[in-house]
Design a protein around this ligand. Structure first.
Ligand code: NAI
Ligand code: MG
Length: 494
């Protein structure tokens, strides 16, 4: 084990965690707690405050006060300077934060540097957007001498509800936009992975972000999450999670007509043509699902393979899959850690059972790992072949390391099958034929398409969903638009 792995994260030295509200640690109004576990060992590593309506009320009031205070009058250059201080403090604490994520949700230390770099790139990029909250001056045809313009104003209090599959990254889509525009935030992280979010909130205050700008309420989705989603003084919810919960968030938004940004589930197609470079396509398609133990919204879980190379492709995919190193995520040689919880493990094992019963052929994996890993939530990376696109394993989001290989004969058939899903998050094509790549690029109905690669994201490019994968673009220069509203101003210049 390397030097990082032999340490424990400093934040766990006190395992009794509270909400972070108005710059302070506060227990739940009810006094109740929930337990959070290390998925590698099944051990309880901390208790979290169990938030409900009363806690959300206090946190939203804190965010509202901070929004109405000096925070919304920071100039763009003051915001930029502050965000670069935030960047530096996150960089300084980066190893500790990624290690915390390893303990909390099983992210392997072998990925720590890339996660840390990604977070730092996000903060640095969002800092550049502090001067991008642009309106327009617009010539008008009004009778008289009027000057007309639009200005962009910060929306106010933003509620962020995020999932457990990578909170260290996903919190920044919300924090970055809020800090760049002058909004304030109440975050409700997922009950299975809260710790890096709580620690970052504390570090933000240390960096000089005014108290109350970022608040964190922990607890269950149906309690703290639902209270935040319905709160009448929250102006917008950014939600990342399942499509099912996304629909609940839409209903809850109706009372005060909250704005929404929803990044939801996926069942993304990854199309492999016979002329693809299999040296790249096999590991590319495999890691397009197995990275983060399959817990990635845009995972390319339906791999469509041209029938004439199906046997060769599946053989190579199965052999690559069997060669992956699954185990203790503190070991720097491990590529895949556990899944986040017993509940998620049960869900994945149930889908593997369904795949077997539906008649798909299991060619790799399929079992929970035992021996030294039996107390953790480890599942072998799994490949099913001869899958029909109508089987449940090809239609429902499993959110685990399970690939379904579906054969096809023609490009049109591949496209039809690829788009035969309620989701539209990602998609990819592997081919050496540029006109085929172009046809697929235009034909796949999804928010992002990769050609001869899979899953690469850059904050400056951005990211979004289509169909039931949600709406609201994240990243790119438009990112700040999600935190602003336009105001038309007409001035009598008499
Ligand atoms: P979920 O969508 O229920 O949870 C995501 C977040 O929403 C968590 O913070 C949770 O506390 C909160 N939440 C739950 N119910 C809520 C409600 N009624 N109102 C407000 N907030 C609520 O996802 P869950 O149950 O953790 O996972 C179930 C499945 O969802 C996974 O197996 C996977 O298929 C999918 N999922 C997809 C994600 C993605 O990024 N596309 C992320 C997480 C889960
Ligand atoms: Mg945990």
């Amino acid at each position: 084990m390397n030097s990082i792995a032999s340490k424990t994260p400093s934040f766990l030295s006190n395992p009794k965690k509270h909400h972070f509200i108005d710059g302070e640690w506060r227990p739940s109004v009810s006094g109740e707690v929930i337990e959070t576990r290390n998925p590698s060992t099944g051990e309880v590593i901390a208790t979290l405050a169990r938030g409900g309506q009363a806690d959300v009320d206090v946190a939203v009031a804190s965010a509202r006060r901070a929004f109405e205070g000096r925070w919304s009058r920071f100039t763009p250059s003051q915001r930029h300077a502050l965000m670069m201080k935030v960047h530096d403090i996150i960089e300084k604490n980066g190893d500790d934060l990624t290690l915390l994520e390893t303990y909390d949700m099983g992210s392997p230390v072998s990925r720590a540097n890339s996660v840390k770099d990604r977070v730092l790139q996000m903060i640095a990029y969002f800092a550049t957007l502090t001067s991008s909250c642009l309106g327009e001056t617009i010539p008008n045809s009004l009778p008289g001498n009027y000057f007309t313009m639009t200005i962009k104003a910060p929306l106010g209090v933003i509620g962020g509800i995020i999932p457990w599959n990578g909170p260290l990254v996903s919190q920044w889509w919300i924090l970055g936009g809020a800090l760049a525009t002058g909004c304030t935030v109440v975050l409700k992280p997922a009950e299975d992975a809260c710790l890096s979010v709580l620690r970052v909130a504390e570090l933000l205050v240390e960096a000089g972000v005014p108290k109350g700008v970022v608040n964190v309420v922990t607890g269950l989705g149906a309690e703290a999450g639902a209270a935040l989603a319905a709160h009448p003084d929250v102006d917008k919810i950014f939600f990342t999670g399942s499509t099912e919960t996304g629909k609940e968030i839409i209903k809850a938004s109706a009372a005060n007509m909250k704005r929404l940004s929803l990044e939801l589930g996926g069942k993304s197609p990854d199309i492999i043509f016979a002329d693809a470079d299999l040296e790249k396509a096999v590991p590319g398609a495999a890691m397009g699902v197995f990275a983060n133990s399959g817990q990635i919204c845009f995972a390319g879980t339906r791999v469509f393979v041209e029938r004439k190379i199906q046997n060769e492709f599946v053989e190579r995919l199965a052999s690559f899959t069997k060669g992956l190193n699954v185990g203790n995520p503190l070991d720097p040689n491990v590529q895949l850690g556990p899944v986040v919880s017993q509940r998620q493990l049960d869900r994945i094992m149930n889908y593997i059972d369904i795949g077997n019963k539906e008649g798909a052929d299991l060619v790799a994996g399929g079992s929970r790992l035992g021996a030294g890993l039996a107390k953790g939530y480890f599942v072998e990376p799994t490949v099913f072949t001869n899958v029909d696109n109508n089987m449940r394993i090809a239609r429902e989001e499993i959110f685990g390391p399970v690939i379904s290989v579906v054969p096809f004969d023609t490009a049109d058939e591949a496209l039809r099958l690829a788009n035969d899903t309620v989701y539209g998050l990602g998609g990819a094509v592997w081919t050496s034929n540029i006109s085929m790549a172009t046809k697929m690029m235009h034909g796949i109905k999804a928010g992002q398409v990769w050609v001869n690669c899979y899953g690469l994201l850059d904050v400056a490019v951005g990211f979004g969903g289509h169909k039931q994968s949600g709406y609201g673009w994240k990243g790119g220069s438009q990112h700040v638009e999600g935190f602003l509203y336009p105001k038309a101003v007409t001035m009598n210049a008499g």
